[in-house]
Design a protein around this ligand. Structure first.
Ligand code: SER
Length: 323
């Protein structure tokens, strides 16, 4: 069988860089093409990179042709909070780029396409606790509408054209390596950096706002496991709920205080509170667990230890455990 050649769009975003490196480790550096509207210095120096705006279908086609691409991980998108500041252009960017990717997948008969969905695809009247795979979905952000619509397009291309599109509904993703931009769950990354830099944090969500969250190593592994799962196992062609943990800002603060007792948190909820309030508080991901044996490895305490240790190392600070 032909060797895989993998294109990642939005590769300089929070997920793309780490996922790309994991794919390089499996397939080799020359098999992974990172693309984005501009290169970031977070990418490995030896990464193959192309400037690409995925709303431009001809530019996408040229890159698919140039590298004989067989798989696309389509990560380019505007996130929830930023999307509310520019609704129409967010819709256009998120949908045009997805449809361009699906179309090239169909035309060139690509092996597989990955499209990330999100907890944002749910909405205010979705049952919030242990949110089921199949439930009420009336998203009320442009980002969420684009994710739910994207899930349906993914399923459509699978059913109508046999294109092997796979998707996950990610919780908030947390990493110390590449920072998120413009999301509502970004506080759960910021809080760790501020803990190391200033020993205090002012949170833009209220203390008891529970949201589903996941540490990046789990998200990267889950994504690759989904993409490598046998074809017949993937019975869900919209997007799988993917869970790991669920916590509130108050609980993250307490987890940090176990390692840094002097850490303090204040709350100043802003426009992002309404977005968070419209999302699930926890997810039922039993479908992913049953169909392709999804199993997260990190809980809040394990992630907190790893985040603080690595951010301290990165910033050249000493993490002192006071008791
Ligand atoms: N992390 C995303 C956001 O906050 C949700 O998928 O927008």
């Amino acid at each position: 069988m032909k060797k895989d050649s993998i294109l990642i769009t939005g590769a300089c975003g929070q997920l793309g860089t780490e996922l790309g490196i994991a794919l390089q480790n499996i397939h080799g550096n020359n098999a992974v093409i990172f693309s984005d509207i501009r290169r970031s210095d977070q990418l490995p120096p030896d990464a193959l990179f192309e400037n690409l705006d995925t709303t431009q279908s001809q530019d996408l086609a040229k890159i698919v042709e140039k590298y004989q691409i067989t798989q696309i991980y389509h990560l380019a998108a505007i996130l929830s909070a930023k999307g509310e500041q520019m609704p129409l252009s967010t819709w256009k960017i998120n949908m045009d780029s997805l449809l361009n990717v699906l179309e090239i997948g169909r035309e060139k008969k690509l092996n597989k396409i990955y499209f990330p969905s999100s907890i944002a695809a749910f909405g205010t009247n979705t049952p919030k606790e242990n949110t089921q795979q199949d439930t009420i979905m009336h998203p009320n952000t442009v980002y969420g509408i684009s994710k739910l619509t994207g899930e349906l397009w993914a399923q459509y291309y699978f059913q109508k054209y046999g294109l092997d599109v796979r998707s996950l509904r990610y919780p908030g993703l947390i990493s110390y390596k590449t920072l998120p931009g413009g999301g509502t769950t970004d506080y759960a990354v910021d809080i760790y950096f501020k803990a190391i830099q200033e020993n205090q944090y002012t949170c833009f969500l209220s203390e008891n706002t529970y949201l589903p969250m996941m540490y990046m190593p789990d998200a990267v592994r889950g994504t690759i496991e989904l993409m490598e799962a046998e074809y017949d196992k993937i019975q869900t062609r919209t997007a799988y709920n993917l869970g790991a943990m669920s916590f509130s800002p108050k609980e993250v603060a307490q987890a940090i205080q176990k390692l840094q007792p002097a850490f303090s948190i204040q709350y100043a909820p802003d426009h992002r509170q309404a977005i968070a309030d419209s999302w699930p508080r926890s997810l039922d991901d039993s479908r992913a667990r049953q169909e392709w044996q999804w199993q997260p490895q990190y809980d809040l305490n394990r992630m907190t230890e790893d985040m603080l240790k690595n951010i301290a190392l990165q910033l050249g600070k000493t993490l002192i455990k006071q008791s």
